[in-house]
Design a binder for this molecule. Structure first.
Ligand SMILES: Nc1ncnc2c1ncn2[C@@H]1O[C@H](COP(=O)(O)OP(=O)(O)O)[C@@H](O)[C@H]1O
Ligand SMILES: [Mg+2]
Length: 260
């Protein structure tokens, strides 16, 4: 369980079909405020499909998704930031020629007084807000070890650094839930250790819930407060990391799959 027991997101009997494939088969789960929920399952289990439903990129055939008791089923991906749902993308889309700072700030723009009009016509209150916003972004950069390269462009950054920039950008929107799809993908062992620390640090500092979709079992088991396991679009286990890891159906599902 998370630090708080307040229900944040609820998935109820979600089903989605692609032609003849039932990618999600009446799956239900909950995410509580401030908890790190690991979502595991062998390839093709439906993890990314669920992730995309939660981001509203995919529309389910049946079932409902509620955030703080309100259905987000009618909403689109562009509405998610305002509902406090943040995510990172597997194919990192950063603005190459912009600075690290500016890239992270693009995550914060929603709902903020910004732009040229605010610069020209803005009073001291807006200027003060912007200074606070700047401090907040700088603090995020420090937390993610990016402060030293705040004014560098993206072009020169390696893959692991880009992932951290994307992480910072998602956090800049102040989400109540941050969704990460395979954040350890392409990282070396040392970078994965760093990521583990970061995820916990970020949760502790911002009390943000984290949905961690990950093939990397060790990472999930170490970082998560609770783990949900899926196979063939269904939930097969839901509990503490050590309970899920030794669950017979989970062992069965991972049999023959060499876990990373
Ligand atoms: N856009 C799509 N069109 C058709 N089939 C899809 C699509 N997305 C996912 N699927 C199918 O849904 C199933 C679950 O895939 P996915 O959610 O990517 O699994 P995971 O992320 O757990 O590896 C697979 O059988 C996959 O081929
Ligand atoms: Mg996937």
């Amino acid at each position: 369980m998370g630090k708080q027991e307040e229900l944040l997101l609820e998935v109820r009997n979600l089903t989605i079909r692609f032609g003849g494939v039932v990618a999600l088969n009446s799956i239900s789960l909950e995410i509580y405020e401030g908890e790190i929920l690991g979502l595991i399952g062998p390839n093709g289990a439906g993890k990314t499909t669920l992730f995309n439903c939660l981001s509203r990129l995919y529309r389910q055939s049946e079932g409902d998704i509620c955030v703080k008791g309100e259905s987000i089923t009618p909403l689109g991906p562009e509405d998610m930031a305002a509902r406090g749902i943040g995510r990172t993308f597997q194919n990192i889309a950063l603005f190459e020629t912009m600075s690290v700072f500016d890239n992270v700030q693009t995550g914060a723009q929603f709902g903020m007084n910004s732009g040229i009009a605010a610069d020209i016509f803005g009073g001291s209150k807006i200027r003060q807000e912007r200074a606070q916003e700047r401090d907040r972004i700088m603090h995020l950069l420090e937390l993610l070890d990016l402060a030293d390269i705040a004014d560098h462009t993206i072009t020169d950054q390696n893959f692991a650094v880009r992932k951290r920039i994307e992480f910072a950008r998602a956090l800049a929107a102040n989400p109540s839930l941050l969704m990460l799809d395979e954040p350890a993908g392409g990282l070396n062992r040392e970078e994965v250790h760093h990521l583990e620390d970061l995820i916990r640090q970020v949760r502790d500092e911002f009390n943000v819930a984290v949905l961690l979709v990950e093939h990397h079992l060790n990472l999930v088991m170490k970082v998560s407060d609770r783990v949900v396991a899926m196979d063939f679009g269904q939930k097969i286990a839901d509990g503490l990391p050590h309970e899920v890891r030794s669950h017979p159906q989970v062992l069965q599902a991972y049999l023959g799959e060499e876990a990373a």
